[in-house]
Design a protein around this ligand. Sequence first.
Ligand code: ZN
Length: 334
Amino acid sequence: MLIRKFALVSLLCSSSFFISNAQAGAFAVHLTLTGESLGIIAQNYRISVDAISSANDFDDLTIQPNQIIKVPYLIATGGLAELAPSPPIGFLSHTLKSGETLSDLASQYGISIEAIIGANPDISSLDFLPIGLELLIPPEAGLVVTINSTQQLDAVLNDYGLSPKRIVKANSFISPAQLTRSTMIFLPGIKPTASLDRLAKVREDEHRYIWPVHGRITSYFGRRNLGMGTSNFHGAIDIAAPLGTAVGASRSGIIIYASWSKQGYGNLVKIRHNDGTETRYAHLSKIKVVVGQQIRQADTVGLIGSTGLSTGPHLHFEIREHNKTVDPLLLLSK
Ligand SMILES: [Zn+2]
């Protein structure tokens, strides 16, 4: 078969697997996958089955896996201007719902978090992505790069030591015409190292606790002497500040409690953070949040007060990891 020979020659001779000639116009080489039909291929390339069929001189419409077929690109789409950038073949799109995390997506689709990052290497945070954001779900681990010229593609293949054949297999749309504009190319098996490093630093910043209020520390974390031979354990720090001073969230999170506490906390706010840790803000004169509310770091949760078991206006600030109090002074950024 002439076409098959033509395509293979192109694959073997250089790292370019695009074919273009004046008579036939530009076309992409498509390596068929198991289970793929001409109908699916036509849909992916947004052209008709007839157009593929006649470009390849097919006798019938049955195709085999690993068959190289020619997809007439320019003719079929009527020019490249109308074609919107498309995710690579086999990718799904997922719209982030309320409360959904990247690890939820990973288990839902049976892939690693790293694979999700590889498909979405430009996300700005691992934990604070907005509801409604569209994320790409890849069929396997790898990295999506956006390029806009064949030279750039050659450079990428060279950098990662990938064979053009492997790339043809993993991508539906590749033609010289398309590469004059931004195009997503999937590089299977490539680790998104730069994104992972950047996102780890972002996460570190996002997980830093800030002072909910400034003032004077009147009671430290640990056992404290109550006089007359008695002592108790204080699982927090007390920060004295003027009545009515705004108290800010030490970290972003969700309000899980915002009312009076019978346990001596007075007016109490609890925030759960995305890693499961919890902060508590006690003795408030006024609560400014409601349960279920998402709160950003430094947003006001309430005002300094002296409600509950308290001898004067102060904030009792508690941090709990795995439901065990830890010394806030070890975690607060200075
Ligand atoms: Zn206290």
